[in-house]
Design a protein around this ligand. Structure first.
Ligand code: AHR
Length: 521
């Protein structure tokens, strides 16, 4: 990075508004980078708390407007995100999920338990067909996580045959009788979940032997996926600790023969600071804001560390690093069931989302998929529901503003980020990312992490002349501002303070804000 210009203006423009700092961002359009795979904007929906039941599924007889039991308001909101994929049914839940209990007539479905998440009953009303209906209604792709912990290769293989064969097998005919004669498309297959912990506390070597078996026998028979749009297989990868797991799997991948294969390696990395999660999701100040953002920036070293091991065995980057669980994990909201992982979503989370998405984009050559945890009512959610009511969170707005970056080509940016300091915590003041979409339009995302001061941004573009710019800014009065059922639009995007004069772009990036701009040439 080239240090260009950043300094303090000595005079504040108004007594109560702190003086803005300046930053120059240089965008070099002549050196395009990797494609930002749209799958980094993926979602995760687990049978956990009200993530599925109430969040997605209300049942066909509900008074809440629905299509075949799936909430219409939620589908409309998610369609606006152009959600590329949804991971289901877990998480830890997936390693105790038995698909047969969730197919067939509703009155014949088995009621089971959800021991991982509050020990509540699991009605199995939202099963295979309901999930794939949801995927279709939202215009997304299915990322199925299969049961390696307490299932068998045969159970998983039969699930895939049930889903994907177009032959008149008994399972294929059963699928048709259950309402779907055509084979389903399964875009992604996750082979286990956190097999080093809730997925069975396996060693890397033991998991590897399981992986080879599942990879070999859990086949996708959909003729439409035979030669193109093939199902991508994602192996369990590391949690936050160390690189030994990655080393074991990737070393085996390097030497693998025709009998097994993987296309992705998962990474789970939450922003949690300490375990069990203790930080409040509302009612905090700039200290906790700074601590959480400092912690979330560790994603950069996590990705870099795991990518370096992958590069050693897979320099052609055939295997994607799939960050299929990430996001902020705070203390449960007082009064909520602790097993339901209910937390609020504030302006801090919007900043956190933008920082992580920018990290994934900068590593676009290796990070080709990511899934924020979790989509609705759980952890860092996009949407919160309460019976017939629904609110969009600050994180939702960031995802909506970032839609233009889906499948866009990364364009290098350089800037001196400056710093914001809280006690001994130092954060970059500015974070930025740019890309060019398929139509040739340029997009610039700018995050001002400073909770108090605006930053006057000047953007210099090499290789193009900018004639206009417009976009949206997401900010809020306080770092812990949230949307609630009483004030659903307290944190909502507004027009960005941007102008272009003589080919020069200037933006006032408000304190604690995320801005996305379209640059007209
Ligand atoms: O997202 C909640 C849980 O976190 C998931 O079920 C598990 O995979 C992870 O530990």
């Amino acid at each position: 990075m080239r240090s260009l210009l950043i300094g303090s203006i000595l005079l504040a423009t108004a007594a109560t508004v702190p003086a803005a700092d300046k930053a120059l961002i240089s965008v070099d359009v002549s050196k395009p980078g990797a494609k930002i795979d749209r799958n980094i904007f993926g979602q995760f929906a687990e049978h956990l708390g009200h993530g599925i039941y109430e969040g997605i599924w209300v049942g066909p007889d509900s008074k809440i407007p629905n299509t075949r039991g799936i909430r219409n308001d939620v589908v409309t909101a998610l369609r606006a995100l152009k959600m590329p994929n949804v991971r289901w049914p877990g998480g830890c839940f997936a390693d105790e999920y038995h698909w047969r209990k969730g197919v067939g007539p509703f009155d014949k479905r088995t009621v089971t338990l959800n021991p991982n998440w509050g020990g509540v009953t699991e009605p199995n009303a939202f099963g295979t067909h309901e999930f794939l209906d949801f995927v279709e209604q939202t215009g997304s792709e299915a990322y199925l996580s299969i049961n390696v912990g307490s299932g068998t290769p045969q159970e998983a293989a039969e699930w895939l045959e049930y889903l994907t064969t177009n032959q008149p097998t008994t399972l294929g005919k059963e699928r048709a009788a259950n309402g779907h004669p055509a084979p389903y498309k399964i875009a992604f297959l996750g082979i286990g979940n956190e097999s080093w912990a809730c997925g069975g506390n396996m060693t890397a070597d033991y998991y590897l032997s399981q992986l080879k078996i599942y990879s070999r026998f859990v086949r996708n028979y959909n003729p439409a996926q035979e030669t193109k749009e093939q199902m991508l297989k994602i192996a369990v990868g590391p949690g936050d600790a160390g690189t030994e797991w990655t080393d074991t799997i990737m070393k085996a991948f390097k030497g693998h023969d025709w009998s097994w294969d993987i296309n992705g390696l998962s990474l789970h990395s939450y922003t949690v600071v300490k375990w069990p999660p203790a930080y409040a999701s509302v009612g905090f100040g700039t200290k906790e804001y700074s601590q959480i953002l400092k912690s979330t920036l560790d994603m950069e070293s996590q990705v870099t560390k795991q990518s370096a091991v992958m590069d050693k065995y897979d320099p052609e980057k055939k295997v994607a690093l799939v960050v299929d669980e990430w996001g902020a994990w705070y203390a449960p909201l007082p009064g909520s069931n602790p097993g339901f992982l209910v937390q609020q979503n504030s302006m801090r989370d919007a900043i956190l989302a933008s920082l992580n998405l920018n990290i994934f984009a900068r590593h676009a050559d290796r990070v080709r998929m990511a899934n924020i945890a979790q989509m609705i009512n759980v952890l860092q959610a996009m949407i919160v529901t309460d019976k017939e009511k629904m609110i969009l969170t600050p994180t939702y707005h960031v995802y909506r503003m970032y839609v233009p970056f889906q499948d866009a080509t990364l364009v290098p940016v350089s800037y001196d980020a400056g710093s914001y300091k809280y006690g001994d915590i130092s954060l970059p003041r500015v974070d930025a990312m740019a890309a060019k979409d398929a139509s040739g339009k340029l997009w610039l995302a700018v995050t001002n992490l400073d909770p108090e001061k605006p930053v006057e941004i000047e953007a210099e573009l090499a290789g193009v002349t900018i004639k206009s710019a417009s976009g949206e800014t997401l900010t809020a009065p306080k770092v812990d501002s949230v949307n609630s059922f009483e004030a659903p639009n307290a944190v909502t995007p507004k027009a960005a303070a941007v102008k272009v004069q003589g080919g020069k772009l200037t933006l006032t990036a408000e304190p604690k804000s995320v801005t996305v701009l379209a640059l007209g040439q």
